[in-house]
Design a protein around this ligand. Sequence first.
Ligand SMILES: Cc1ncc(COP(=O)(O)O)c(C=O)c1O
Length: 479
Amino acid sequence: MNDALIFERSIKGRVGYSIPRSTVPHAPIPTKFCRETSIDFPEVSELDVVRHYTKLSQKNYGVDQGFYPLGSCTMKYNPKINEEVAKMAAFTQIHPLQNPESVQGALHIYDEMDKALSTLTGLAHFSFNGIAGAHGELIGLMVMKEYHLKRNDAKRNKVIVPVSAHGTNPASCTLCGFEVVQVATNEHGCVDMEALKSVLNDEIAGIMLTNPNTLGLFERDICEISRLMHENGSLMYYDGANLNALLGHVRPSDMGFDIMHINLHKTFSTPHGGGGPGSGPVGVRADLADYLPNPQIKKVGGAYQWFDNPKSIGRVSGFYGNFLVILRAYAYILSLGKENMRQVSLLSVLNANYVKESLKPWYKLPIQDLCMHEVVFDGLISEKATTLEVAKRLLDYGYHPPTIYFPLLFHQSLMIEPTETESKETLDQFIEVMKVIAMEAESDPELLKNAPHHTIVRRLDEVTAARNPILTIKDIPHE
Ligand SMILES: Cc1ncc(COP(=O)(O)O)c(C=O)c1O
């Protein structure tokens, strides 16, 4: 009973709230809007609810509990000062439909963030309407499409995406009506220049790249790629998911990028959330700014205003993005300042290389070069266990596993991104555990095959879970 679901605790008539007596006249809801049957809510006390949610939270795992080396996700610590700012009533109690005169402070923050991100990236303007990294990709590609259409160049309906790209890149291209043209990766894990040249023609609208790429490697030919693309009349799109590695050192505009998105929930320390709320601001060079989504913000006679730009690609979300997420990122930028911002990338690169060098006697390192903020191994050198088994065994030691089987370039990809916020002691403990697992794989491979052994939920049947998902609490089978 102690672990009973909240529905099982329900006792008819039990309540956990009291509503003050109404001081306004009773206004009946029209019958057509009323439910015919009551919702089957659990009837429980406040204490039942508090215990229920506290227990659920303890079964969860987050960056506040332990190391979270999920590659490509930049699971850095989210400083609590961000939360303090985001819960201030002055910000939580405003509404997007309020008159702009009454929310000048909030609009000022959008403006300040626009300036801060423009300084860090070298692009001219940012729109904050995007509510995820992938949403930012779609918006950026819509801007790219609009640019070519306005130049009467509608035949440009293809976008180049390297094979190492994150899955959202080709997905966003397809969603935007572009055809995806894949380019291969060379032996250094970077774009194969000959392959790139062979696909360039007057149908190519642009290229989507992340730099460092998903192998955590810096695309050394980036300036040449940019020259070739621009010479071909195509645009350069920067997937900002890996911006953490370059922050304060290299600006995407200096590498020749024209359009980009930033994942505030990665580089700028806002929570990743359970699928949201996220934020994917989109930055563009000056001549593309008109195409950014509506509403846009402008300052007229010292006051900020919303406005619908007739040249824009239009609306992409309900209002103007997830304001409280943008606010958290603003707090992060101000609390770090310019110099510490540079430290972010230095330390994230140092930490990833420390993990790389420490683990390479045990884990296959297909590309030996200096990595940036993350490192990709290709499973155990001994091959005595798979990457999946290593990841499951890590759960027994209390760690969130790294990203596995991505990027798709290797059969046993194991992608570790330690981030700058972890101490050397934490990294050493993790490295030690990874070594112990490598030894266990040799001495007792069965231990890994059946892992995890100590978690609340054991090895899941992932195929059945995908085919027959249990989506409501009531469908959970009772043992
Ligand atoms: C390289 C890369 N691009 C794009 C995305 C998509 O970002 P989001 O999850 O915010 O939609 C991710 C997410 O992990 C990523 O790693």
